[in-house]
Each structure stands twice: as C-alpha cells, then as structure tokens.
Design a protein around this ligand. Structure first.
Ligand SMILES: Nc1ncnc2c1ncn2[C@@H]1O[C@H](COP(=O)(O)OP(=O)(O)OP(=O)(O)O)[C@@H](O)[C@H]1O
Ligand SMILES: [Mg+2]
Length: 313
C-alpha cells in the first residue's frame, strides 16, 4: 500500500528520531529489530475483524490522546495504559497500531523479548530513556510487546530472574507513575502469558485497564476472512475468489486465530500461483480450495506440535 504523503515537518521528526535512536544504540547496543518507530501508522480499526468490545474500548483510549481535556471535564485523568491479553495471532499488535493511527500518534514498537534477551535487567534503563524521548516528541503510543518477557524467565534461573525482573519493572513503574497528563503518552502492553506478568505493572494508575483479545468465534472468523479477501483482491487489482460457502468452511476452523486464517488463505493463493506458472485460465479460489488449504494446514500444525512436544527427538 502506498504511504500517504508526508510533510516536511514529519520527515524532519522522523530524521531526528532516527538520530536519537542511533545515539541510544551507541550507548546501549544495537536496537535493530528491538525497537521500531512509525511516525504514521496506517492500520485502522476497520482492518481488525471481530473484537467489537475491544475496539470500542480502545477507541476510548485513542480519545485520551486526541482530546485529554474531555477526561478532565469529567474530573478524571486520562488513562495511562492498557494491557491486551490473549492467545497468539489474535490481533493485539494490529489493535495497538490502530490506536496510534486513530490518535495520530507516533507508534513505538518495543519488542520486549528481543530487548530483554540482549539487555537483560538493563532494559529498564533503556525503557526509561525511550519514554523520555517519546515524551519530548508529542502524542505517542508506546507498545510494550511480549510484556511477559519482563519476567526475565527466559534468561536467568528463577531466583535471579525474580530479583532482576523486580528491578526492571520498578524502573518502568517509576516512569509510568511520573508520566503527567500533559505527556500525551499511552502505554499499550500485550501478552500471551498473563501468569508471567508482574502485578505491579497492572496496579491502579499504571496499565490498569485490561482488555481480553480472545480467539475469534465463527462470526469473527468470517469477518477476518472477508478482510483478507478484500485486501488481497485490492493488491491484485482483480477478483481472486469465487463465492465462498462459509457454512462449509467455518465448522472446520474452530479454535483458529486470525493469524492461522491468513496463513491458510495464503496457502490457497500459493497453489494458484504455482498453477498459473503452468497454464493460463486458472480459476479463482473456491470453497474446495480453502478446505484443502485448511486440511493441509492442520497437518502441518500437527507436525509442529509433535516437534514442540519432542516426539521427533
Ligand atoms: N482480528 C483480526 N482481524 C484481522 N486480521 C487479524 C486478526 N487477528 C489476526 N489477524 C491477522 O493475523 C496476523 C497476526 O496478527 P497480530 O500480529 O495483530 O496478532 P498478535 O495478537 O499480535 O499475535 P502475537 O501474540 O503472536 O504477537 C496479522 O497480520 C493479521 O493479518
Ligand atoms: Mg503481536
């Protein structure tokens, strides 16, 4: 998709941020793949299928960035943070981006698994610096992705991990507590493992709004499949799908996430690409094609599970 045109001011800001982060990288170590900033996010709430309740809640948080006075008029401070929790591949990252788009905020994507793997307990100092930068640059969504990594369980044996993690979370909380209303920063954290999360993070005045992002039900799966269809057809500039019989598809997709669905449609389209390399007049993707793709995806998932549980070792 073509990026909307940027104005000079935005370019200058982008350059300045790149400089600041390059300096931060010199001080701490390479941030590539660990911190990504987007001056202007393009994902919208309409790109997210299902999750009506979550979307409504998150639109309210976007409001806190656009119009914090509205909260003040009702005698409360705007929220500082929200935690999205739920299984992998359900749209958490997409939703966080949509909040940034809706509020015209800079999107800072902090990949905590990658950050903590490199910086360990020092990640706290780095996060403080990033918050400081974000505060100086105007409305921001600070996305703490894979927040469970703050537990440092993947790095250290349990007693050390607990101690180092407590320090790290304390550093983060200190900054969260100090965030003033004027800062116009919304922290959105995401996790698939609520049990690994430090309760201090979700204490009142911090990430004290919790929003569940569940697996899609059949209705939401249909919405997601339609979104994928529209997106791929727009990319291709032509229709790619025949009329899909959802009564046949949905019953065999129970428990599948949006990420699973996008892989399945991709597989069905890859089959078409291969066929088109051989002959002209390849028909569009039909219900049977999708059923085949679902079937083979389930087979592959079975193998992945076997590898995970060591049955091939
Ligand atoms: N509700 C949804 N609506 C539209 N697309 C979705 C939805 N859920 C998942 N997807 C698709 O699945 C992919 C993964 O979504 P996303 O990265 O937002 O999930 P996530 O919850 O952040 O996953 P993880 O926990 O693994 O980080 C997206 O690229 C998107 O195409
Ligand atoms: Mg994600």
């Amino acid at each position: 998709m073509a990026e909307p045109e940027r104005n000079d001011q935005e370019w200058a800001l982008q350059r300045r941020l790149e400089d600041v982060f390059a300096k931060l990288g010199e001080k701490f170590g390479d941030l590539t793949g660990r911190v990504e900033t987007k001056m202007r996010s393009t994902v919208t709430f309409d790109d997210v299928g299902g999750l009506q309740q979550a979307k409504t809640g998150l639109k309210g948080f976007a409001l806190a960035l656009i119009n914090p006075d509205l909260y003040q008029q009702w005698g409360i401070d705007p929220p500082k943070g929200v935690l999205l929790y739920g299984p992998p591949g359900t749209g958490k990252t997409k939703l966080a981006q949509a909040v940034a788009t809706a509020s015209h905020a800079i999107f800072y994507h902090l990949k905590l698994m990658n950050l903590t793997s490199k910086f360990g307990a020092n990640t706290g100092d780095l996060l403080q610096e990033i918050l400081r930068i974000a505060m100086a640059e105007g409305p921001a969504v600070l996305f703490l992705d894979e927040a469970e990594a703050l537990s440092l369980d993947h790095l250290l044996p349990p007693p050390q991990a607990r101690e180092a993690s407590a320090r790290l979370v304390a550093a983060l909380c200190e900054k969260l507590d100090a965030l003033s209303t004027a800062a116009r920063i919304l922290v959105v954290a995401a996790t698939t493992h609520t049990d690994a999360l430090d309760p201090a993070l979700v204490a009142p005045g911090r990430l004290d709004h919790l929003i569940e992002i569940p697996l899609p039900d059949a209705g939401a799966q249909k919405e997601i499949l339609e979104l994928i269809r529209v997106r791929t057809e727009k990319n291709a500039g032509r229709p790619l799908f025949a009329k899909i019989d959802y009564d046949k598809i949905l019953p065999v997709m129970g428990g599948m996430s949006g990420a699973d669905l996008s892989v399945i449609v991709r597989r069905a389209l890859e089959v078409k690409v291969r066929a088109a390399a051989e002959r002209a007049d390849v028909p569009p993707v039909c219900t049977e094609d999708l059923l085949d793709a679902i079937d083979s995806y389930k087979g592959v998932r079975g193998v992945v599970e076997k590898i995970r549980y060591g049955q091939y070792l």
